[in-house]
Design a binder for this molecule. Structure first.
Ligand code: ZN
Length: 234
């Protein structure tokens, strides 16, 4: 039985009570789960089932969400699933910051996104651009913080795959197909700034990200550059 993924329509809900639908050694599935399953460079959530840790998440071919945990639970049992809010908040902040940065890279330098990764200490994107000099990095950082402090609302909604095909503006990657889920593609909109296809979790308003710095760049090939973002400590 497929697990209802709460984060897809409410990425602010961090806990739920649900029924165990399947068990296997070291893991269990539930009817519903707020846990982000991982993808698009964002790590899966961690957290707890009742008071026992959940250390990882996987999804099977039946779209069941499996929670990896030493907890002893039985099919039919009601459990409380709770996400580690600190972990979720930090990755959501970095994730939303990367939306802003990849949009600015495309708008200012025609640089398409080629990859992304998010951790609890930094976020990074790879973009297709032949050169990335100090003035470009300064421009991206200044522009990113202007969007953050302007405090745009962030919202998400789903559109049909057929409609998505008519909306090339929602694409940020040229080498990765957008995540299609039950025939729908999720769109994440930073209202008044950008909308793009994305299945991850985000903050509710851009000011929640906090100001950021682009603290490192790497040359990942003639046409590929990597930018690292972290929260500005100052
Ligand atoms: Zn996203």
């Amino acid at each position: 039985m497929a697990t209802a993924r709460i984060y897809l329509h409410d990425d602010q809900q961090l806990t739920t009570t649900s029924v165990v639908t399947a068990v296997a050694p070291g893991m269990f599935a539930t009817a519903a789960s707020p846990f982000f399953v991982g993808g698009g460079g964002q790590p899966a959530d961690v957290g707890w089932v009742d008071d026992v840790t959940i250390t990882g998440i996987s999804v099977d071919e039946h779209d069941q969400v499996w929670h990896h945990s030493p907890a002893q639970v039985a099919i039919g049992q009601s459990v409380v699933l709770t996400i580690d809010a600190h972990h979720r908040t930090i990755v959501s902040r970095y994730h939303t910051a990367l939306h802003i940065l990849n949009t600015l890279a495309l708008q200012h330098y025609h640089a398409w996104l080629t990859g992304a990764a998010i951790t609890t200490t930094y976020g990074r994107i790879d973009v297709a651009v032949p050169q990335l000099d100090a003035s470009m990095i300064a421009d991206l950082q200044t522009s990113m913080n202007a969007v953050i402090t302007a405090n745009h609302a962030v919202r998400s909604y789903a559109i049909a795959a057929a409609e998505f095909d008519q909306r090339p503006d929602l694409l940020r990657t040229i080498n990765v197909a957008p995540p299609v889920y039950h025939g729908q593609i999720r769109v994440v909109e930073i209202v008044g700034f950008d909308a793009q296809a994305c299945g991850g979790t985000h903050v509710r308003q851009t000011r929640d990200i906090g100001t950021c710095e682009i603290y490192k760049t790497e040359n990942k090939g003639r046409q590929n550059k990597r930018l690292y973002v972290r929260f500005d400590a100052h």
